[in-house]
Design a protein around this ligand. Sequence first.
Ligand SMILES: Cc1ncc(COP(=O)(O)O)c(C=O)c1O
Length: 398
Amino acid sequence: MNPDLDALKPYPFEKLAALKADVTPPASLAHIPLTIGEPQHAPHAAALEALVAHQQEMARYPATHGMPELRQAIAAWASRRFGLAGLDPDAQVLPVNGTREALFAFVQAALDRSRPARVAVPNPFYQIYEGATLLAGGTPLYLDCRAEHGFRPDLDAVSADTWREVQIVFLCSPGNPTGAVTPLADFQRLIELADEFDFIIASDECYSELYLDEATPPPGLLQACAALGRHDYRRCLVFHSLSKRSNLPGLRSGFVAGDAALIAPFKRYRTYHGCAMSLPLQHASIAAWQDEQHVRANRNAYREKFAAVTETLAPVMDFPTPEASFYLWPAVPGGDDAAFTRALYAEEHVSVLPGSYMGRPAADGRNPGSGRVRLALVAELEATVEGARRLRRFIERQ
Ligand SMILES: Cc1ncc(COP(=O)(O)O)c(C=O)c1O
């Protein structure tokens, strides 16, 4: 087997299971998991209806680049949402089976192993960026996202010599696990650096539709390009998904959009990889991208949960004011995120994810994820608020 498989790190949830393995939580309390980022709100009904209505099309092979109607629905959505002057559905859009699959596959297709192949990833981070890099024969470059810098990477802290070895930069906005939103100015600074040092920007925007202030949706990389008059989106790709936006994580549907010179070879790679989306799923996806009402309802539900949880936890925990995503990223009293997680589970039967499990130690030995936990506010309001109440009770007892 490929020896690079041995370089893959244990997934955070494997480490969490080991941490809790010998703990017996109180049987009198139902388990409240605030761990996995799997939306629990109802999936978009019209998408499910389209899936059923088109089930006979399972009898046909789908094409790698998807149906023109799907690419058009995606291009229209992205243009509306990000104020783009144009997005060519044929050359600048590619449907994919969720962002995870595409983030992984893109690195395999893009990385040139014949020269230094660093891939910059935010730290802490969604694990796929690192795994994709290691399996493609690249070397991760961890860009720490610390409180002092708004939980965003400090792009100007990277030396010119290091940038010269970078082939791909991952951004995640809104961020998992921090919820931080990348401002337009940061996107534009990174575009300048990409031009100077010739790298690709891969912007994971799968949480872009879950934001708290209806009047200020998070900006995206293509929007930053458009504001610069860069309508070919040179060196830039965005990754979007219906998983969080439309509560359809099982549909496995998303898209990649941007630079046609990157989309074309990626499509070629995918033709061989064999990952076309089946036709009923494409019809369901069209229904979802064409509707905003369910997305607003989804945001309202998260807004309500964030308000209730913030009110409960703010007196006992310190966390950045949530702007977007469905995560809260509080510092733990005492600073030991793993010990906090274990004791919370033992006493209150509430599961959270230690922040250090999502990060890697920096050169100074400090892991920028440590000292915090990630709370995923995905369950229904009552269970989520009950989890927050138990967290508070646990802290107040310490
Ligand atoms: C930052 C980030 N990117 C990508 C994904 C993958 O989502 P999907 O493949 O369902 O689009 C997730 C899922 O939790 C995530 O947190």
